[in-house]
Ligand binder design. Sequence first.
Ligand code: ZN
Length: 218
Amino acid sequence: MTPLVFKGHPVPYITAWTAEPIPLPRVTADAQGLGLLGHARDGDGVLWRPFGLRQGMGRPEYGTVHGPRQRRCMRRLLCQVCGCPADRDERGWLWLLEDHRGERGWPEGEVTTHPPVCRPCAGVAARLCPHLRDNVVAVRVARPVVDAVYGQFYKLGRPFSPVAGERGVALISDPAVQWMLGGQLAASLMDVTIVDLAELGETGPQAEQWPDAAAPVS
Ligand SMILES: [Zn+2]
């Protein structure tokens, strides 16, 4: 699968298009936590912010992650750029991370909302994402554990109307998820091996099509 193209530039699979964000339905609250008018929690008990599914319609919103496609990538370990299966070798799936090698123990246990990548997309993703540019490390992850949610926490206002609070990550098993409007899945990266980005090789003709000054993927 190749990424969709807009004005000559490939658009990452997890990027939202202008036709996809929809107005947030009314947020409600009861003793069990948040509710969203017309929407139910999923089988894990997570309430997700709804999105339209109109990939390719309108313009890409490079700064907005399309929640359902991001979650699909995390659950199935698909490339965040093209949506095909992420690269995997005997050391695990391929991930690109912001370089924190100065921190003790890093990157074992790193929690990320960025899905993995396939090999042809690795080089271009490193250049496209501002948080990775000039500060990227490639890793292989033998055991990605997708067990957390990134989203918007709410607290009870008066009378019983929820008020948006901070954004953050909570384990799906954490009761705090009851008070969160979920946006993306987060993975804990376990059994991680740092690899040489150069060993992945060049990325082929796609690389030439990427905008140099693209806005964030996520
Ligand atoms: Zn890819």
